[in-house]
Design a protein around this ligand. Structure first.
Ligand SMILES: Nc1ncnc2c1ncn2[C@@H]1O[C@H](COP(=O)(O)OP(=O)(O)O)[C@@H](O)[C@H]1O
Ligand SMILES: [Mg+2]
Length: 381
């Protein structure tokens, strides 16, 4: 990231600008004696789509509301475009929020709802009309100006809320679980629409969700949160492939975590002894050391039915044996659940199960761990 250059309109007052669109430093928020957000740091790049992902109650909404100015932090600093916004009320922060519950004015038309922010900013009437029409067009509701919100479906109401947010051309768009009230099909469609719209507009966006798929599909980077803190901030690919701990691994994607001891660790991986005395080569992020207890992350889709040498993959795949306890066949994908000696239950994903045939519950089978697929994490976090 290159530092941005201040222009003539944005002079010395902005010295020290980090080049980030949004910066949170040591943000803290407490409600009574309960800490909602604790010592939280976050840098959002200009034009980036960043998602705060975490379980209910981990502080996502509180964080977003502090950026918007609806809540005041108890400590720490918030910078928008390098400017400390501590004293700025929400309407002067140049952010716009899309809420889970649409939050439209029921007695105003769609056009009046979308144009509300522009009227507050005292824009000329003709200008408002043009901009409202443009924003509605962008969200696929061209010509809906005179409808009432109550006449629209949930998905359409959320599109109106989206139009209302983008019409003011905010510096930062904030989304608080905007798709959570919609049914799956619509959610999947709107995910992509919002993502494409954000790309087109290039508006820096912070998106809050507890839905990992949403986060993976939409984000440039994901901040995985737990108990008021950021556990990991990275691209979806890195978070999926190299989670920093078991919490992140468990929150993103399906995961098998197998306990073991690290017997050797080097820059290109480590060796882990499982409780069965079998050993396994694993990647690691420099976070495990020789002699340490570890958990090995084995993604279900990386495991292969059958022992190594059955023609599945190259190199020294490590076999693990166990008894099949359950099979969930969804047609295009099946999950085989295995009870192993010493490694607990393992889930193995089998794509196109019709083509290869599945074992049956009770069968003793082997699964193999292809080289390069296991990832070691420090145990106990
Ligand atoms: N206005 C409030 N008063 C008291 N506790 C609150 C308030 N808002 C949030 N909390 C608490 O702060 C924590 C974080 O809440 P929140 O930010 O809403 O989490 P999330 O959006 O991740 O589900 C939770 O424990 C929640 O109960
Ligand atoms: Mg929330």
């Amino acid at each position: 990231m290159t530092a941005r250059t201040d222009t003539a309109e944005e002079p010395a007052a902005r010295a020290g600008t980090s080049g980030y669109a949004v910066t949170l430093r040591g943000i803290r928020k407490q409600f009574g004696s309960s800490v909602a957000v604790e010592d939280l740091d976050l840098d959002v790049r200009p034009g980036e789509f960043l998602t705060l992902l975490g379980p209910s109650g981990c502080g996502k909404t509180t964080t977003l509301n502090m950026v918007a100015g609806f809540l005041t932090p108890d400590g720490g600093r918030i910078l928008l475009d390098g400017q400390d916004v501590h004293r700025l009320p929400p309407d002067r922060r140049d952010t716009a929020m899309v809420f889970q519950q649409y939050a439209l004015f029921p007695h105003l038309t769609v056009g009046q709802n979308v144009g509300y922010g522009l009227r507050m900013r005292k824009r000329p009437k003709a200008d408002i009309q043009v901009r409202v029409a443009g924003a509605l067009d962008r969200v696929g509701l061209a010509g809906y100006e005179d409808r009432m919100p109550g006449q629209l479906s949930g998905g359409q109401q959320q599109r109106v809320a989206l139009a209302r947010a983008i019409v003011v051309e905010p510096k930062v768009l904030l989304f608080d679980e905007p798709l959570s009230n919609l049914d799956l099909k619509l959610r999947e469609q709107l995910r992509l629409e919002i993502k494409h719209l954000q790309r087109e507009l290039g508006t820096t966006s912070i998106f809050v969700t507890h839905d990992q798929t949403e986060a993976l599909v939409m984000s440039d980077r994901i901040a995985v949160m737990r108990a008021g803190r950021v556990e990991q901030l990275d691209t979806p690919e890195t978070i999926y492939r190299e989670p920093v701990n078991a919490f992140v691994a468990g929150f993103i994607g399906q995961s098998n975590l197998v306990p073991g001891i690290c017997t050797e660790a080097g820059p290109d991986g480590c060796t882990v002894r499982l409780s069965t005395s079998d050993t396994l080569r694993a990647r690691h992020a420099g976070t495990v050391a020789e002699g340490e207890a570890v958990q090995v992350l084995l993604r279900p889709e990386a495991l292969r039915l059958g022992a190594a040498g059955d023609g599945h993959g190259e190199g020294a795949a490590t076999p693990i044996t166990g008894r099949v306890v359950e099979i969930v066949n969804e047609g295009s994908l099946a999950t085989v659940v295995l009870e192993t000696a010493g490694s607990g239950r393992l889930r193995v994903s089998v794509p196109d199960p019709g083509a290869i045939g599945l074992p049956t519950p009770g069968d003793e089978i082997a699964v193999s761990v292809p080289p390069g697929t296991a990832h070691a994490l420090p145990a106990g976090r």
